[in-house]
Design a protein around this ligand. Sequence first.
Ligand SMILES: Cc1cc2nc3c(=O)[nH]c(=O)nc-3n(C[C@H](O)[C@H](O)[C@H](O)COP(=O)(O)OP(=O)(O)OC[C@H]3O[C@@H](n4cnc5c(N)ncnc54)[C@H](O)[C@@H]3O)c2cc1C
Length: 404
Amino acid sequence: MAEFSLALNEDQITVRDWVHGFAVNVMRPVAQEWDEREETPWPVIEEAARVGIYSLDFFANAIADPSGITMVLALEELSWGDAGLCMSIMGSTLAIAAIMANGTPAQQAEWIPACFGTPDDVKVSAFGVSEPDAGSDVSSLRTRAVYDEAKDEWVLNGTKTWMTNGGIASVHVIVASVDPELGSRGQASFVIPEGTPGIRMGQKFKKMGIRASHTAEVVLEECRVPGSCLLGGKEKLDEKLARAREGVKTSGQAAMATFEATRPYVGSQAVGIARAAYEYALDYAKERRQFGKAIIENQAIAFKLADMKTRIDASRMLVWRAAWMAANHQPFLNGEGSQSKLYASETAVHVTEEAIQILGGYGYVRDYPVERWHRDSKIYTIFEGTSEIQRLIISRAISGVHIR
Ligand SMILES: Cc1cc2nc3c(=O)[nH]c(=O)nc-3n(C[C@H](O)[C@H](O)[C@H](O)COP(=O)(O)OP(=O)(O)OC[C@H]3O[C@@H](n4cnc5c(N)ncnc54)[C@H](O)[C@@H]3O)c2cc1C
C-alpha cells in the first residue's frame, strides 16, 4: 500500500491536463448547442475516440492506477467541460462495468471492445436495470428471462426505462429475473448483441438536464439471445440459484462493493459541474459592479463563494477517498462510496444554484451557462441511487440496523 500522499504523480497530472484540454477545446464550445439539440453528439464522441479518451486503452489504463485517482480526475474534467457531453462519452461505462463485474474472461474479451467500436466506427453501450415499476427497488424487476434448453437460448420479455444510450447502443446489458420468487437473488445479466431481433427503443425522454445524453425506454419482446450471452455462464447461475433456494444467506458484500466502487465515478462528475459553476461565479463576482464596487466586495457574495469552494473541495476529498479505497480493496464499512456520491451530488445542486444567485438575472437566462449547469446537476441526486437510497446505505452501514 502506498504511503499517504495527496500529491498527484506525473502520469495523473498528464492525464488530467490532457482531458482538461479536450474539455476546453472540444466540449465547451459546443456544449450549449448539444443541450439545445437534445441529440446524441456523435461528432464529440467520435473526437473523444479519435484522441483516445473514449477507448478501451484509456479506460483500462485509468482503472489500473493503483491509487484509483486517474479515472475520477478524468471524469471531473470531462464533466467540467459539460455534463451532458460527458455522459454521452462515458455513459457506456455502466455496461462495461457490468460486463467486467459479471462476465467470464471470454465474455469480457468479446463484449468490452464491442462496447467502444473503433474510432472509425464508434459504438456506445447501455445498461438496463430500471423499469417503470422498479426504480430504487431493484428487487422487484418484472423483465423475465426464460431458458430454452432445446436451443440453448434465453428469451427475454419486459420493458426497461431510463436507459442511457437505450436503443442506440451496439451492446445492451439487461438485468432480468430468472426466478422472480428469489427477488434480487433470482436475477441475472444478459448481453443483447447488436442486430438481435426483439429489442427496440420505446419513447425517448425529453429531460431537464444532461440533454445531450440519450435516455430512452427499451422494450424486449421475445428477444432471443444465445446461451453464451448470460454473463458469468449458466453453471454459475445455477449454483447461485440453488444456494438462494436452499436459503443459504449470502452477505451481498460482493455486489455492494461493486456499487460502492463505482459511486465515486458519479461523485466526480458532480464535482466537475460544481467547479465549473464556482469558477464562473467567482470571475463574474469580481467583474460585476453594483453600487460602485465589485459585488464580491460584499460579504454576502464572498461568503457564498467561500462556502461553495469549501464544499467542492470536501466533495473531491470524499470522492478521492472512495476511489482510493476501491482500488485498494478496502471494505466500505461506513458507506464511503455512497458518502462521496451523496455529498458531491447535493453540493453540485447547491453550488450551481448559488452561482445563479451570484449572476442575478444573467444566471437565469440561456445566454450564460450557469442555468444549464444547475439543470445538469440535479440528475446526480437521482440516478445511480437517489440521495435517500445513499442515506439508507450509509445509515445501515454505520449502525448495523436495518433502517427502512
Ligand atoms: C437521465 C437518467 C438516466 C438514467 N440512466 C439509467 C441507466 O442507464 N440504467 C438504469 O438502469 N437506470 C437509469 N436511470 C434510472 C435511475 O437510476 C432511477 O431513476 C433511480 O434509480 C430512481 O428510480 P425511480 O426514478 O423509479 O424513483 P423511485 O424509486 O420511484 O423513487 C421516488 C422517490 O422515492 C424515494 N424512495 C424510494 N424508496 C425509498 C426508500 N426506501 N426510502 C426513502 N426514500 C425512498 C426516492 O429516493 C425518490 O425520492 C436513469 C435515470 C435518469 C433520470
